[in-house]
Write a protein that binds this ligand. Structure first.
Ligand code: AN7
Length: 355
């Protein structure tokens, strides 16, 4: 482990003799057992920490494969539309490989940390006066007629790379979990996880298959509504997507696994966002918290979780969007004078009761 996705899973990826094998340290992310929430829900709960990838999201798993294949094909450069994380990842791997990277980003709709990454890694950033769906449509059209590789998840190499996360989950647990909760935006990741679990099952490396539990944000829930959403709205900007590219394959993952794709409100997302940080020590971004919000919603609506093994995918780190954290959590902050008395009285006031 720790050798990167291409090397670790080369037999299960579209890797040929000509494919360059490299790694920026993606994959092999922690699967952390819950200490608090799982006990309350009566299940054996784990968090898959995809924010531990090199650019802070799961996108790196698929990007390393997409970029390696682009290198193999001697491409001129790569291009993507993004709500932020794909662009950060594409920009980083392009920098590593010496490729030019163009990213189309919906203006004013991307968390600052992600934009900062794209800029720092040297991507050419086009701020589109439109939403993600418009930007993706443009990138698809443009790359059809120009020798530039599209690295959105419509590029199947992305999905191939991302499926390695379910290999890791199965390897650590010794089998697939009973339920996999995952946020859904462009729907590439739920597609990839399902593909990974099914492939491992066919290889006899996991006995069972999980139920795939996908969650969209209520204001950006085209799959739940059964029609595209023209003006998707949610605080979780990463999944502010109204017409997902992998719509059909996400539905297949849901139906073949006997799972659900449902919606959670922004309030439910924020509740879960605060909860996993303050009660589990896991700071995911709001879109990531949709998986946990979905678990809480299912529990409230009576899903029997007793003794079940449940994995929530935490797709990206909360550090991507520090402004939101500062403005949306109830911080335990006091201003103090720089002397010992002031410190002592502040500490006395904030001691846990019973101490
Ligand atoms: C943290 O970066 O679509 O359903 O352009 O950044 O596979 O799209 C990001 C999506 C979940 C949804 N969590 O995954 C992009 C982009 C985080 C994300 C999703 C995204 P998909």
């Amino acid at each position: 482990m720790g050798v990167g996705v291409l090397q670790q899973y080369r037999d299960l990826l579209p890797v040929s003799e000509e494919t360059p094998i490299f790694s920026m340290g993606e994959g092999d992310t922690p699967l952390v057992r819950s200490r608090n929430l799982g006990r309350e829900l009566g299940c054996d709960l784990f968090f898959k920490l995809e924010g531990c990838n090199p650019t802070g999201s799961f996108k790196d798993r698929g990007m390393v494969v997409a970029i390696a294949k682009a290198m193999e094909d001697n491409c001129l450069g790569v291009m993507c539309a993004s709500t932020g994380n794909t662009s950060a990842s594409a920009a980083a791997y392009s920098a590593y490989c010496g490729l030019t990277c163009w990213v189309l980003i919906p203006k004013g709709e991307v968390a600052l940390g992600k934009l900062a990454q794209a800029m720092a890694y040297g991507a050419r950033v086009l701020l589109v006066d439109g939403n993600f769906d418009a930007a993706l449509a443009l990138v698809r059209k443009f790359t059809e007629t120009h020798p530039i590789t599209l690295v959105n998840s419509v590029n199947q190499h992305r999905i191939e790379g991302q499926k390695t996360a379910s290999f890791e989950v199965s390897d650590v647990l010794g089998d697939a979990p009973d339920y996999l909760f995952i946020p859904v935006g462009n729907a590439g990741n739920i597609t990839a996880y399902w593909r990974g679990f099914v492939e491992y099952h066919q290889l006899g490396r996991n006995e069972s298959l999980p139920k795939m539990m996908g969650f969209q944000a209520e204001g950006a829930a085209p799959i739940v509504r059964g029609e595209p959403v023209l003006h998707p709205q949610t605080i979780a900007s990463a999944i502010r997507i109204g017409n997902p590219a992998s719509w059909k394959s996400a539905e297949r993952a849901r139906d073949q696994s006997g799972g659900v794709i449902d919606a959670v409100s922004d309030d439910e997302i924020l509740e879960a966002y605060r909860l996993i940080a303050s009660r589990e020590g896991i700071f995911g971004e709001p879109a990531s918290a949709a998986s946990v919000a979905g678990l809480l919603k299912m529990h409230r609506s009576g899903l029997a979780l007793d003794g079940k093994r449940v994995v929530c995918v935490i797709t990206g780190t909360g550090l991507k969007d520090p402004d939101l954290a500062v403005s949306s959590v109830q911080a335990h902050t006091v201003e103090v004078q720089p002397n010992l008395e002031a410190i002592e009285s502040a500490i006395m006031e904030s001691l846990p009761s019973g101490a």
